[in-house]
Design a protein around this ligand. Structure first.
Ligand code: MG
Ligand code: NI
Length: 470
């Protein structure tokens, strides 16, 4: 009899969602979907608020990536002021954004995904956690905790608070960096780099065990999108947008975020509240693209820091269409982030007291774009003559990957669900493909806190036969 499988909750991702697997009469997978089932309108909620409140308000969209929203929001506000912010402020915001990337990637790789990579996809659920990792490989677990702590400590030293720092403001940052804080950050970099190298060397040895997953995990041909710079190296803070196709050809370059509505459009699918953006000239779904670590490493010429570039080969020798390699790219980005933070902290003007441009609003709209750990993030605000928000539109990193996550779930279900039977290995692979993207679901629905997630097994006429929760 035909059935549908629903996984709820998908564990070890940021927030929760739901997966349904539809079986045909022969018990084979007919279809599968990744659902995001809750929505809270942050865009509506901010209407009528003064624009200068946006950075700290928008940081509250998400308890997981407040810093990413803070940065994109402040950049949109800089445009409303129509100012060029001081160079030191740009560098300090870059450090903040990179520290967020380091701590977020460490959380994703070590806490959420390393159990699969170290213990295998077929290990029992009780063992597949950071505690299980700590038992099997104490160094790996300890490295993950420390690396995350390094990222968080840098955020704290900059912003004064670990969560929702109000230090980033329209026009720059509201306090310069002290020499003590700079030195404390610099002192942590070598240890971080050692951890990144140790982890990459370990990861290189486990990759061969996952050939089947590499072939199956959303190994789809999509476009990739991300920010670029004049050096053709990794760019997290600013720069024009580049879009490449699945064979690596640049199909659009030097796109300005100010004109994003000309090249991006959002599709709505019935199974999810999460909108699916696509490259407008190619339509939906041909114009669907992926963002985040995998996309960023695919669109750039090189990373731009020596140690990360040493490991770029490890990425380039893989099938870089497979979403499994989000993990590979994530580790290389951690290395890059640590090196780049070190470089920025050594800039001669990093302690400059000039960190903020003060102005009244001088434009009626502004768009801020940056790379969040999960991918390209865009905030667009419009204001009235009193500086009150009349319209806000956000394009969220996780939303950009919606289509690829959905197709990834389908591919994995099709490969691993056999004869309608469920087992831990199958369920874990379905979850694992979602985890590879490191979605932030509280962000993508603009909801605060976490959402429930489940896997449902359905008949062809939609009757729920089985619900699995972990
Ligand atoms: Mg939106
Ligand atoms: Ni988030």
């Amino acid at each position: 009899m035909a059935q549908r499988i629903v996984i709820d909750p998908v564990t070890r991702i940021e927030g929760h969602a739901k997966i349904t697997i539809q079986l045909d009469d022969a018990g084979e997978v007919a279809d599968a979907h990744f659902h995001v089932t809750q929505v809270r309108g942050f865009e509506k909620f901010v209407e009528g608020r003064p624009f200068h409140e946006m950075p700290s308000l928008m940081a509250r969209i998400c308890g997981i990536c407040p810093v990413s929203h803070l940065v994109a929001s402040a950049k949109a506000c800089d445009e409303l002021l129509a100012v060029e912010i001081p160079e030191t402020a740009t560098k300090l915001r870059q450090i903040l954004n990179l520290a967020q990337m380091i701590q977020s990637h460490a959380l994703s790789f070590f806490y959420l995904s390393s159990p699969d990579l170290l213990l295998g996809m077929d290990e029992v659920p009780e063992k597949r956690s950071l505690f299980g990792v700590a038992e099997a490989d104490p160094v790996l677990a300890r490295d993950g905790v420390r690396l995350r702590q390094i990222g968080q400590t840098i955020i704290e030293l900059l912003g004064g608070k670990r969560i929702h720092p109000g230090w980033v403001v329209p026009g720059g940052v509201n306090a310069p960096l002290s020499e003590d804080a700079r030195d404390a950050m610099l002192a942590m970099i070598p240890e971080g780099l050692d951890i990144a190298r140790r982890t990459l060397e370990w990861y290189r040895t486990v990759l061969p065990y996952f050939e089947d997953e590499i072939a199956t995990f959303a190994n789809v041909k999509t476009l990739f999108m991300g920010l670029t710079n004049a050096e053709n190296t990794l760019e997290f803070y600013d720069g024009p947008v580049r879009i490449i196709n699945g064979t690596g050809e640049v199909i659009a370059d030097q796109l300005s975020a100010d004109h994003y509505t000309e090249f991006l459009q959002e599709a709505v699918e019935p199974w999810s509240f999460l909108k699916t953006p696509f490259y407008r000239p190619m339509g939906y779904p041909d114009g669907v693209y992926r963002v985040g670590p995998l996309a960023r490493l695919n669109i750039v010429g090189r990373c731009g820091t020596p140690r990360a570039d040493e490991y770029l080969g490890l990425f380039r020798e893989q099938d870089t269409q497979s979403s499994f390699h989000y993990h590979t790219a994530r580790l290389i980005e951690i290395m890059y982030g640590l090196e780049k933070v070190g470089m920025l902290l050594r800039e001669p003007d990093i302690l400059s007291k000039r960190t903020r441009a003060v102005a009244e609003p001088n434009r009626s709209w502004g768009v801020g774009i940056s790379e969040a750990p999960r991918g390209t993030l865009l905030h667009h605000y419009e204001i009235d003559d009193n500086g009150l928000i009349t319209r806000a539109n956000l394009i969220i990193a996780t939303g950009n990957n919606n289509y690829a996550m959905d197709r990834g779930v389908y591919e994995v279900a099709k490969r691993y669900v056999r004869g309608g039977s469920l087992n831990d290995g199958m369920l874990n692979r379905v979850e694992s493909i979602i985890r590879a993207f490191d979605p932030c679901l509280s962000c993508s629905t603009h909801a605060v806190g976490q959402m429930p997630m489940q896997v449902e097994l359905l008949t062809p006429n939609g009757e729920v036969v089985e619900v699995l929760k972990r």
